[in-house]
Design a protein around this ligand. Structure first.
Ligand code: AMP
Length: 270
């Protein structure tokens, strides 16, 4: 695996390859990331993984500071996975050149965009930059961050004529979605996260038969989970898979949650 930090070196290295898959990450590599890498390796002749903890997408400085960093371990895992290139640029270089600013419309200020002011603008900004550097025609992203996937499809897929390959959420046995942020939780909190995941999975299954009825009592479930587990739920909502419309049960839909547990924000969808 070649580890590249400069944009110039990366361009030199990949300019002759057309068949490249790109897996952007913020590190703390886990089996969720590996699933994206494997999906890319199945289809593409070369795979680039980036590790870049993007400062502009954190709406709290403390969150950026506390975000887990495991570069050494990550390199070892990525080598084992036979990744071709690891791109680890620094923020100065990524933000050196001028680039389009993204503003979300009111209709997009839902779910995480409602409470994390500027978060997705930061995500779109950095993805616009990374994609203009890497120019891959295939991007691999996880459904775990469903709204991110939705917004990148909406704002960037046409511009870069990139295929966005969405990969299902990888969970551990206890059904908790793998996430780098899980590393900030101890056993006790992971057990709670597991109970919540199991409960919501069941609720989603039930909702297939009577979605409107369950949607109408979601606020009660929200309070129930908050009091039982001493957590703060930001949202618990059913939304359409295609357009993220609230309580639209005509097409496929998902149950979305974001909550804070011991000061760690977790998101998931079922
Ligand atoms: P992150 O490093 O958290 O920014 O995630 C990088 C990519 O991995 C994003 O496309 C995520 O959606 C994806 N990802 C994160 N967790 C999982 C998971 N448990 N299953 C599948 N993909 C994931």
């Amino acid at each position: 695996m070649k580890i590249i930090t400069s944009i110039f070196d990366l361009n030199k290295e990949i300019k002759n390859y057309k068949n490249i898959g790109f897996v952007p990450t913020m590190g703390g590599i886990h089996a969720g990331h590996s699933s994206l890498i494997k999906a890319s390796q199945k289809k593409k002749s070369k795979t680039i993984v980036s590790i870049f903890i993007n400062p502009t997408q954190f709406n709290k400085k403390s969150d950026f500071k506390n975000y887990p960093r495991y570069m050494k371990k990550d390199i070892a895992i990525l080598k084992k996975l036979n990744v071709d290139y690891l791109f680890t640029p620094n923020a100065k270089d990524v933000y050196r050149f001028k680039s389009k600013k993204f503003n979300l419309k009111k209709s997009d200020k839902i779910l995480c965009a409602k409470s994390r002011n500027g978060h997705f603008e930061g995500v779109l900004n950095v993805m616009n930059r990374l994609m203009s550097i890497i120019k891959s025609k295939d991007l691999y992203m996880g459904e775990k961050d469903y709204q991110q996937l939705y917004l990148i499809k909406k704002f960037l897929s046409k511009k870069f004529r990139v295929r966005i390959n969405s990969c299902p959420t990888v969970r551990i046995k206890n059904k908790v979605a793998l996430s780098t942020r899980n590393k900030l939780l101890n056993k006790k909190y992971l057990k709670i996260a597991s109970e919540i995941a199991l409960f919501l999975r069941k609720l989603k299954r039930k909702s297939k038969f009577q979605p409107s009825e369950i949607a109408s009592i979601l606020p009660n479930y929200k309070i129930l989970l908050e009091t039982k587990y001493n957590i703060k739920i930001d949202y618990l909502e059913f939304r359409d898979e295609k357009n993220l419309e609230l309580n639209n049960f005509k097409n496929k839909f998902r149950l979305f949650i974001a909550y804070n547990i011991n000061n760690v924000r977790l998101i998931d969808n079922f």
